[in-house]
Design a binder for this molecule. Sequence first.
Ligand code: ATP
Length: 238
Amino acid sequence: MTDIMLEARGLTIGYGGKLVVRDVDLTVRRGEIACLIGANGAGKTTILRGLSGLLKLRAGSVRLNGEEIANRSAHAIAARGMAHAPEGRQIFAAMSVADNLRAGAYLAPSAAEIGRRRDAALTRFPRLKERLTQQAGLLSGGEQQMLAIARALMADPKLLLLDEPSMGLAPLMVEEIFSILAALKSEGRTILLVEQNANAALALSDQAYVIEAGRISLEGPARDLIDHDGVSAAYLGG
Ligand code: ATP
């Protein structure tokens, strides 16, 4: 067993003729949270989509728990333990909350295991328990975000990718989402987080990467980046 859960080297990703991520190296250690911060359009979402197999890599290698997964299908990567809660939540709006959760566990080995994960999800997200039979599209934005995280956790992933979990939410709900992330961290989950809310993301994370125009401009322990003058001026309102 290695203590490195994710090791990406030379990630290069684009759309059509345009490269938007160039030569990015990322490491996420087991049991830690790493975050990607940076301006809109810097390429953070594209990096997550490349890692989880939703976009093809132009170049680079990705090792998950020691196994090379670069350019495997999204399904194969999910089966190896990566779950991706995408930007904009992308829950199945016409389906019930319960069916969304079940969909997240489509690779689970048994019905008993699905039940165990569902119980854990509903203990963690009591609001979802009250709304199990409701259509997911009728949930509030914060509840939909909880469902997106809960659905990803139903895969019992080795690595959880979270894209902007606080986006568009009211301040109290942002706090609630970050306290859920802190609880996941204290339980030993390994997470790669993309966040606009750089203050909260850096406070929560172990390692941080600043992405500018598709490249890493700065990286280090998150607590060091909080004190970094350039990061503070550009992203922390300091
Ligand atoms: P945001 O916080 O706004 O989502 P981001 O850092 O996640 O920003 P990306 O969404 O990865 O950035 O976008 C990186 C660049 O790729 C941007 O210039 C964007 O316009 C471009 N891009 C994103 N999706 C596509 C697409 N489907 N086709 C073409 N270009 C795209």
